[in-house]
Design a protein around this ligand. Structure first.
Ligand SMILES: O=C(O)CCC(=O)C(=O)O
Ligand SMILES: [Fe+2]
Length: 340
């Protein structure tokens, strides 16, 4: 067990109910705006996704990851941020690969030949798509609220994240972190090293009893890669709670995108066992036009925003590791997730 002492602080994480949504949009929008400004992270309840739907998605995820390695490799990761990767995502904050495997799914054409077949996990594609549509509909409620808070038209963000369009980039990511030795063997096993997601909103499902998610808010500007080292644990009692990151630049840095990580277990009480989680990244269409109401940053397209985020990411990775070739041999370099 590694011995690096972690520094923690309790921060209240707002819990926001979406009950009776149509009649309460303005008050929910005010709550979301407040949480997004102050914490950049919140839990959503009464969102309408039943526990059985979440449990089923976790069961499908477990069945996928239980397949033999050579079968999982038949749906390999590619730079459209889709497909399966194994211990290949290197975070600039750690300079080392996360000890996990993940499978990224999208709604549209990027998934051609990348769905695991019914002969391997019966019903996987149709059930996953049904789940993704459920999560998308929760996301759209949050988007309407965020649009109101920023005084855009209600459907502004929803349109730029339309998953029916072929250039939709929104992604469901199934994650499986491996169990780790509790004995100190001198190594730190990173799960998900500290990072901020580049997309608009991330909705996250943790499994009960498989905690580990931690947040570190406090960025002032979206171009800032730095972050502090006082972390707050995010523990939920049920698997249906959802937390979100927020795209800062579209709000002229008003809503704070939050650094988060899945802790590398290193202290008594940490979860050293395996861990499954599910993330849904709301990512703008490539032709989305991104600029906040105050025009703090020049207008960029969704495609340009992704490219810029990647550039920042690779520069930070290079600075952290002293050279990409050390951490990314050719066979692995294409497997660094765009959702870093
Ligand atoms: O597994 C988790 O709880 C977090 C995953 C995450 O932050 C990511 O994949 O971007
Ligand atoms: Fe993340």
């Amino acid at each position: 067990m590694a011995t690096n002492k972690q520094s923690y602080v309790d921060r209240p994480i707002p819990e926001i109910s979406l009950a009776n949504f149509d009649n309460r949009i303005d008050s929910i929008a005010a709550e979301i705006a407040d949480a997004a400004e102050k914490v950049g992270f919140f839990s959503v309840v009464d969102h309408g996704i039943g526990a059985e739907a979440v449990d089923q998605m976790f069961a499908d995820s477990k069945n996928f990851f239980a397949l033999p390695s050579e079968v999982k490799k038949t749906v390999p990761w590619n730079p459209q941020s889709v497909g399966y990767e194994f211990k290949s995502q290197v975070r600039p904050s750690t300079g080392a690969a996360d000890q996990k495997e993940s499978y990224q799914l999208q709604f549209g054409e990027n998934m051609t030949d990348l769905w695991i077949g019914d002969d391997r996990v019966p019903g996987f594609q149709s059930r996953s798509l049904a789940f993704m549509h459920k999560v998308q509909s929760v996301s759209e409620k949050l988007m309407v609220c965020l649009a109101r808070a920023l005084k855009f038209e209600d459907d502004f963000f929803v349109n730029w994240h339309d998953t029916a369009k072929p250039n939709s980039q929104s992604t469901l990511r199934l994650l499986h972190y491996f169990a780790m030795p509790e004995m100190n063997d001198g190594q730190v096993y990173h799960r998900a090293g500290a990072h901020a997601d580049w997309g608009f909103l991330t909705l996250l499902f943790q499994s009960p009893g498989q905690s580990g998610l931690e947040i570190c808010p406090g960025r002032e500007v979206v171009t800032d890669f730095g972050h502090g080292d006082k972390w707050t644990k995010v523990n939920f009692e049920t698997s249906t709670d959802i937390v979100c990151d927020l795209l800062m630049s579209w709000s002229d840095d008003r809503f704070k995108s939050t650094f988060h990580r899945v802790k590398a277990p290193c202290e008594p009480g940490d979860n050293f066992g395996e861990r499954y989680s599910i993330a849904f990244f709301n990512q703008p269409r490539k032709d989305a036009l991104i600029q906040g109401p105050l025009k703090k940053y020049p207008e960029v397209t969704g495609g340009e925003f992704t490219a810029n985020a990647m550039q920042l990411y690779y520069a930070a990775l290079k600075a952290a590791t002293g050279g990409l070739e050390k951490v990314m041999p050719a066979s692995v370099s294409s497997a660094v997730s765009a959702a870093a």
